[in-house]
Ligand binder design. Structure first.
Ligand SMILES: Cc1cc2nc3c(=O)[nH]c(=O)nc-3n(C[C@H](O)[C@H](O)[C@H](O)COP(=O)(O)O)c2cc1C
Length: 467
């Protein structure tokens, strides 16, 4: 049986000439390497489309190899591997066994480390289908293993249950050695929840590593990968045709409350979970939404042919994917029920939804332990994921959650200034909320909930709300 290792440039790698030098880099992933001559150009061109063994690569690097050019090739090759610009394919007896991207140092494939022990998969490793193979990944390593050969399946299966690992040839031994060294597999005796890793749940660690740069080789950031393929989602969600209620802008006594000094608002802001029985007023709700969430300005991004907006709260890329759905229990001048806030028109649009589920949603009081009086309004917040994902790759969901944090804080500050009772809510039944409001979770998942009410012990002012 014979193993062979061959290499190819990762598909994302770009090669640029600068004077007599070459630059190799992966846009959006950050890998970069420079070389102070153009000598490797024929090799790089071949590596773009062919899998090459090291001897073939050395021959392309120098047409008449000698000791000096061999040493130079080794340096060039090591730097390509260190900059994570190559993929590696392992073949056994002419058949593809697995591919590793990016290519690791070859020493990681040496099988000695696997002799005479029992092994298991690390709890962060996972398999998924890709390109006709099984892709094995882990947030503990940037290296991805694409398993081609069905002989590897018994190995992976036995690692799942820490059973004895079957001897399935040199290719499988190399795979096991690599998995051990990359942290995808480990000795069966090792404590699973070692040290600080005990705090990490599988999905949290995966989300953390994949939504920031540095610990993987996927593109990260503003790639605009859908441009030219499908249009960006509009700035404002299309109206559903429900009854529209115009909201008042802050005026009179309510506008005066918005003049409260910032230092006083910051010092007095608290999460409040008890509520007065009096209804909120439309003036209060209108002022709250106007001051915290309306569109202040729209802008045209001509380069990407789309509209952006500025609002009182910050939003990644000015994309503002968050939709606010007020669930109104008690508001003077507004029928109880579900609405969607239109931040451009500063209006509420009635949401028909699913009546029985809406009733169930309205009956839910996250603060029931603090008292029987529910908040006058719950603000359910959904994200039009495509609005952010149209621009951002890998980080879209993270940016949306950061947007949510900005919105929450702006809600808190505005409610405090207005003398209302605000509270962020960390968990919500996203499925029930989506079904009740008739919102497709695949397009617009619910990501946040915020309660807003009238603090207890206030007298009512017919026009402006509590004094
Ligand atoms: C992201 C987030 C989630 C929260 N979730 C809840 C919650 O589910 N229930 C609740 O009563 N308070 C919740 N809170 C409010 C916190 O408990 C509160 O901010 C914290 O106790 C500090 O009190 P303060 O806001 O009055 O300064 C949440 C706050 C934030 C920022």
């Amino acid at each position: 049986m014979s193993l062979s290792l061959s290499y190819q440039l990762r598909p994302e790698v770009e090669v640029q000439q600068a004077g007599k030098s070459l630059w190799l880099f992966c846009p959006l992933a950050g890998n970069l390497m420079g070389w102070n001559s153009r000598r490797p150009q024929p090799l790089l061109e071949a590596l773009r489309s062919q899998w090459l063994e090291q001897v073939e690569m050395a021959a392309l690097f120098a047409s008449a190899p000698d000791a000096a050019s061999e040493a130079l090739f080794q340096l060039f090759f090591m730097r390509l591997v260190a900059a994570r610009l190559l993929d590696l394919r392992l073949r056994e007896d002419g058949r593809d066994i697995f591919t590793v991207s990016p290519a690791p140092h070859e020493s990681l494939l040496a099988p000695e480390a696997t002799a005479g022990s029992s092994w298991r998969l690390n709890r962060f490793a996972y398999l998924r289908a890709q390109d006709g193979g099984l892709l094995l990944e882990s947030p503990l390593t940037p290296h991805r293993l694409l398993l081609h050969h069905p002989n590897l399946t018994p190995l992976v299966h036995s690692l799942a249950s820490a059973a004895e690992v079957p001897a399935a040839g040199q290719g499988a031994s190399a795979l096991l050695a690599l998995m051990l060294r990359l942290g995808m597999a480990e000795a069966d005796t090792q404590d699973q929840d070692d040290g600080p890793m005990a705090f990490w749940e599988f999905h949290d660690l995966l989300f953390h590593t994949r939504s920031l740069g540095g610990r993987h080789v996927y593109p990260v950031g503003a790639s605009y990968r859908f441009q030219g393929q499908r249009p960006s989602l509009p700035l404002i969600k299309q109206a559903s045709g429900g009854e529209v209620v115009s909201l008042p802008r802050p005026s009179g006594a309510i506008a005066a409350r918005m003049e409260t000094p910032l230092s006083r608002v910051l010092e007095s802001r608290r999460s409040l979970r008890e509520f007065d029985p009096r209804p909120m007023t439309l003036q209060e709700l209108g002022a709250f939404l106007y001051a915290s969430a309306r569109v202040q300005k729209t802008m045209r991004d001509h380069r990407h042919e789309e509209d952006l907006s500025l609002r009182p709260h910050a939003g990644g890329g000015a994309r503002h994917p968050l939709e606010i759905y007020p669930l109104v229990r008690a508001c003077q001048g507004l029928e109880a029920g579900a609405y969607r806030y239109d931040p451009l028109r500063h209006a509420l649009e009635r949401v028909q939804g699913e009546p029985a589920l809406l009733e169930e949603l309205l009956a839910q009081n996250p603060h029931i332990l603090e008292g029987p009086q529910p908040p006058q309004v719950s603000l359910c917040i959904a994200a039009r994921i495509g609005r952010t994902a149209w621009k951002y790759q890998s980080i879209a969901y993270k940016v949306i959650n950061q947007d949510l944090g900005c919105l929450y804080q702006t809600f808190y500050m505005t409610a405090t200034a207005l003398g209302l009772a605000p509270c962020a809510i960390g968990s919500l039944d996203a499925s029930l909320t989506g079904q009740a409001l008739g919102v497709d979770w695949r397009e617009e998942p619910f990501v946040g909930l915020f309660t807003l009410g009238c603090p207890p012990g206030q007298s009512t002012d017919a026009k402006g709300g509590a004094k």
